[in-house]
Design a binder for this molecule. Structure first.
Ligand SMILES: Cc1cc2nc3c(=O)[nH]c(=O)nc-3n(C[C@H](O)[C@H](O)[C@H](O)COP(=O)(O)OP(=O)(O)OC[C@H]3O[C@@H](n4cnc5c(N)ncnc54)[C@H](O)[C@@H]3O)c2cc1C
Length: 80
C-alpha cells in the first residue's frame, strides 16, 4: 500500500532554446566561469540555470549580482 508520494520539481533548467549557441552540461545547465561568463564573450548567466552548485535563493541572488557586475565591467572595457 502507498501511503503518499513526494514529487520533486525544479531540477531541469529551461535552457533547451540555447541549443547550439551556449555551452551547457548534460542536464542543460549553462556552463559559467567564476565571473558568470559563458563560453561566449560578453554573455553572462546566473542562478539555477547555471552550473553553479547548490540551488538556493541566496546563491542565485548573489550570482545575479556577480553576473551583472561582470557584464558592466565587460561593457566598460569594450567601450574604452
Ligand atoms: C519546490 C522548490 C522548493 C524550494 N525551496 C527553497 C527554499 O526553501 N529555500 C531556498 O533558498 N531555495 C529553495 N528553492 C530553490 C529556489 O527556488 C531557487 O534556487 C531560486 O528560485 C533560483 O532563482 P533563479 O532566479 O535562478 O531561477 P528561478 O526562480 O527559477 O527564475 C527563473 C525565471 O525565468 C523564467 N524563464 C524561464 N525560461 C525563460 C525564458 N525562456 N524566457 C524568459 N523567462 C524564462 C521562469 O519563468 C522564472 O520566472 C526551491 C526550489 C523548488 C523548486
Amino acid at each position: 500500500m502507498v501511503a503518499g508520494t513526494f514529487v520533486q520539481i525544479g531540477l531541469l533548467p529551461n535552457t533547451h532554446w540555447l541549443d547550439g549557441v551556449i555551452a551547457r552540461n548534460v542536464i542543460g545547465e549553462i556552463k559559467v566561469d567564476e565571473k558568470g561568463e559563458t563560453n561566449i564573450k560578453g554573455i553572462f548567466a546566473a542562478g539555477d540555470c547555471t552550473t553553479v552548485p547548490y540551488k538556493q535563493i541566496i546563491i542565485s541572488a548573489g550570482d545575479g549580482a556577480k553576473a551583472s557586475l561582470s557584464a558592466s565591467h565587460y561593457l566598460m572595457n569594450v567601450m574604452e
